[in-house]
Design a protein around this ligand. Structure first.
Ligand SMILES: *Cc1c(COP(=O)(O)O)cnc(C)c1O
Length: 389
């Protein structure tokens, strides 16, 4: 009891939670505003700390089947939503191995989409890089021109390029893809899923992929993939699709309310808890909250004299990526934020390190938490030195 009281004084709820679920209190007591992983709520953490069940038990089947309709509603699909114990890259690679036999067109406009081309080559696939500048959206007309060559049977697209905060026009691109029924669409919605509406069936998305540690505000380690009938038919013909990410294995097990191998059950408990939260808030309110908080952060930082990095009109709704036009020392900024304000933002991804900074507004953020973060940011900016010339 003394330990519990000490924990409450020192570290507030987080330590109390750690105490209750039997962990040593963590040393970290800062909040993540990086675009993944993001802060995980106490409710979610508690949901994870439930007794283990067997993954072939009736309890697991009940758990799996209970979340399926919610997942389908969230993805606006009649297709199954498989649960993969992996980060998103597992299914991003696996999808290529399932559906690409001829050649894949990789749309590239940032670090994650650039990497996907590299992954296609590493899987031994014939691939074409359709390149745009980082921060520029994928151009539907360029996609049409390339697909019209008839060389492709698959395409990869990242809806929300998290590395540079750029959100491409998914409905416009999907309208083009519907003209090419032989091309299976593999769409990464890792950092947009549940932050903006994504109508899988209406848009005709074949393979929809998302991960746990972005807008779903779960810890990392789980990804979701919803696969259309024609993508499954394609997969059935792929002799070299492997085992762990085999869509046919996922489908067979799905029919019995299970996953092919032992899944990360604590994260599935967390997912169920999060789906309850989403239902309670309501989808429209959730989308509106993301849009509102995104606009609040954007307006605040632009008023400080920074510019938005992605092309106007294509800024992400789940995060903002700002150009460091004031040439501040972003490393110093983050040190101040972490030590004095117990929060962390991102100082630029890959080749944009130091040149941009990113602030997430996805997941469980509220008007209050965003206002508090911006107050800290204002104070920290005032004492941040310029970057060395
Ligand atoms: C975070 C992210 C990924 C990679 O996810 P992992 O969990 O690291 O596998 C892929 N695509 C996008 C758009 C992301 O934001």
């Amino acid at each position: 009891m003394i330990d519990l009281l000490t924990a409450m004084k020192v570290d507030g709820l987080r330590s109390v939670n750690c105490f209750l679920i039997g962990y040593a209190p963590t040393l970290m007591s800062y909040k993540l505003f990086i675009p993944g992983p993001i802060a995980v709520s106490e409710k979610t953490l508690r949901a994870m700390a439930q007794p283990m069940i067997g993954h072939r038990s009736t309890d697991f089947v009940a758990l799996y089947n209970s979340i399926q309709p919610e997942l389908q509603a969230l993805a606006c699909t009649q297709d199954p939503v498989y649960i993969s114990t992996s980060s998103a890259w597992g299914v991003m690679e696996g999808a290529l191995r399932n559906v690409c036999q001829k050649k894949v067109l990789n749309c590239m406009n940032g670090a994650f989409s650039d990497k996907w081309y590299d992954v296609a080559l590493r899987c031994g696939k014939a691939a074409t890089a359709l390149k745009f500048e980082w921060g520029q959206p994928v151009d539907p007309e360029a996609v049409r021109r390339e697909l019209a060559t008839g060389a492709y049977d698959a395409i990869t697209l990242i809806h929300n390029e998290t590395s540079c905060g750029c959100m491409s026009d998914l409905p416009a691109i999907m309208a083009v893809l519907r003209e090419f029924p032989e091309v299976i669409s593999i769409i990464d919605t890792v950092s947009s899923f549940s932050a903006v509406p994504i109508k899988k069936d209406e848009l005709g998305i074949d393979v929809l992929i998302t991960g746990s540690q972005k807008a779903l505000a779960l810890p990392p380690g789980l990804s979701l993939v919803s696969v259309s009938k024609r993508a499954l038919e394609r997969a059935a013909k792929a002799a070299d699709r492997g085992y762990y990410f085999d869509f046919i294995e996922f489908q067979k097990n799905h029919e019995n309310g299970m996953t092919p191998s032992t899944p990360v059950i604590p994260l599935i408990y967390a997912l169920k808890s999060k789906l309850d939260d989403i239902k309670a808030e309501g989808l429209a309110a959730r989308y509106a909250r993301h849009a509102r908080l995104n606009a609040t952060v954007r307006a605040f930082v632009l008023a400080k004299g920074f510019k938005l990095f992605p092309k106007e009109g294509y800024g992400s709704v789940s995060l903002n990526c700002f150009a460091n036009t004031l040439n501040l020392d972003l490393g110093a900024l983050n040190k101040i934020l972490k030590s004095k304000h117990q929060l962390v933002i991102d100082g630029g991804y890959g080749k944009l390190k130091g040149k941009t900074f990113r602030i997430s507004n996805m997941g469980d953020e509220t008007d209050e938490t965003i206002a508090a973060m911006l107050k800290s940011l204002e104070s920290a900016l005032a004492e941040t030195p310029k970057a060395a010339a």
